[in-house]
Design a protein around this ligand. Structure first.
Ligand SMILES: N[C@@H](CCC(=O)N[C@@H](CS)C(=O)NCC(=O)O)C(=O)O
Length: 228
């Protein structure tokens, strides 16, 4: 255990464009927590080097190393960081806020994320979307359904769990940005997935995206290879 008041040294292992690593970077930057950046690339991850598998036996990023302890799973890392650095809380101040924020995180993780990631982003990134454009259009329609609860929540409050940015917003943002990025690809437009104008078709979500793009730390956490 570190002494009271002693700085906590974090190292973050990440890959540019990984929505899961991006969540943790957003949390660190928003909280203004210093960390040593250990950027990896997908080829390095694919090598499954024993030293990295010791940090995460699943061989995935993000991994946060704090002293000699390694933690993986993005939502767990954000919860850990919130305990370690409570000054800018991401899981609320009251027990009601805490429960509400976890509920939102759970809704995104269980009912929205895989639809976006597994059914739309991966087929487009890996090139097999064109094998079945009809299935892709059906997935895109389901994506709109799966985003409905967010549109509703954001129609009554500026952020997913109320008036402040919380872990719920930070968990959801990178997957939505990734969806928008692949939806703008020519092959997605050609397939008429109808996701390229998501910000217009879901106006409350569109306004939330604009707010989130101005959050503290957004630019620092933005995937560097997306800028080029
Ligand atoms: N559930 C994990 C997902 C992590 C994940 O899937 N990371 C991907 C990058 S987006 C990865 O490292 N993939 C490399 C691999 O599976 O070999 C989390 O939330 O941290």
């Amino acid at each position: 255990m570190s002494a009271v008041g002693a700085p906590i040294d974090h190292e973050l292992f990440w890959v540019s464009g990984s929505p899961y690593a991006w969540r943790v970077q957003l949390a660190l930057e928003y909280k203004d927590v210093p960390y040593a950046s250990r950027r990896m690339d997908t080829a390095q991850l694919a090598e499954r080097v024993p030293a990295f598998l010791q940090l995460n036996p699943r061989g995935k990023v993000p991994v946060l190393k704090t002293g000699s302890a390694a933690l993986y799973e993005s939502v767990a890392i954000i919860a850990f960081l919130d305990r370690a650095h409570p000054t800018v809380p991401l899981f609320g101040q009251t027990m009601q806020e805490h429960g509400r924020i976890w509920q939102r995180v759970g809704e995104f993780e269980n009912y929205t994320r895989d639809l976006l990631d597994v059914e739309i982003v991966r087929p487009l990134l890996r090139g097999y979307a064109k094998d079945d454009p009809g299935a892709m259009r059906a997935s895109a329609a389901r994506a709109y359904d799966a985003l409905g609860w967010m549109e509703q929540a954001l129609s009554i409050a500026p952020y997913l769990a109320g008036d402040d940015i919380t872990a719920a917003d930070i968990v959801a943002l990178p997957n939505i940005q990734m969806l928008l990025r692949v939806a703008a690809r020519p092959e997605a437009i050609e397939m008429a997935l109808g996701l390229e104008d998501l910000r217009v078709r879901l106006p409350a979500l569109g306004a939330w995206l604009s707010r989130m793009e101005k959050m503290r730390g957004y630019d620092a956490a933005y995937p560097p290879h997306w800028r080029s």
